[in-house]
Design a protein around this ligand. Sequence first.
Ligand code: GDP
Length: 196
Amino acid sequence: MIKKAVFLISNTDHTKCPEPNKPEFAFIGRSNVGKSSLINMLTGNSKLAKTSGRPGKTQLINHFLVDDKWYMVDLPGYGFAKVSKSIKDTWGKMIMDYLSARENLVALMVLIDSRLEPQKIDLEFITWCGENDIPFVLLFTKSDKQSKSRTKENVNRFLNAAFEIFQDKPQHYITSATSGEGKEEVVAFIEELVSE
Ligand code: GDP
């Protein structure tokens, strides 16, 4: 259980991020995937990350300190441009530099909208993570939006597409910021790695 989460700092430049002296878990996904809502749900703080209906608004690396033990990082969403193109532009450079420089990054949580069939942009992004040795976990979001069987169908399709790329199925969790599904599991996954 997360007891305390406090906002520390927002940056465009990873060299100005907090000293990498605590385990770090970063959250990323397409704009509007439900990242802010999930961060708020996991931390039990409805105002920690700003939720909005305005995609692509937050273009900063946001650091939060959780339980004085680990860093939670809210990264800017992708999806306003093709990843393969945008990884070469400002967004890409900032994220790529950050992801490769943070030696304390334990896992990147890549959020995937469970309402949708596999999206090219998400597959492109995890391919890029694989190529750059960024350890990632998939968090499927908004599971409350449709039936369990539809969620399962979309999740399986995504995992099969990922299998084609990695010859392996990435670790994954199904979540809902609305129902709280996945909260315990995701927090337990992180806390276990933090206590190692
Ligand atoms: P972000 O842009 O990825 O940070 O996405 P937000 O957290 O701002 O969410 C985008 C929209 O989806 C908002 O209207 C949220 O209320 C809605 N939303 C986010 N998560 C969930 C969820 O788990 N269930 C439902 N039903 N709606 C959600």
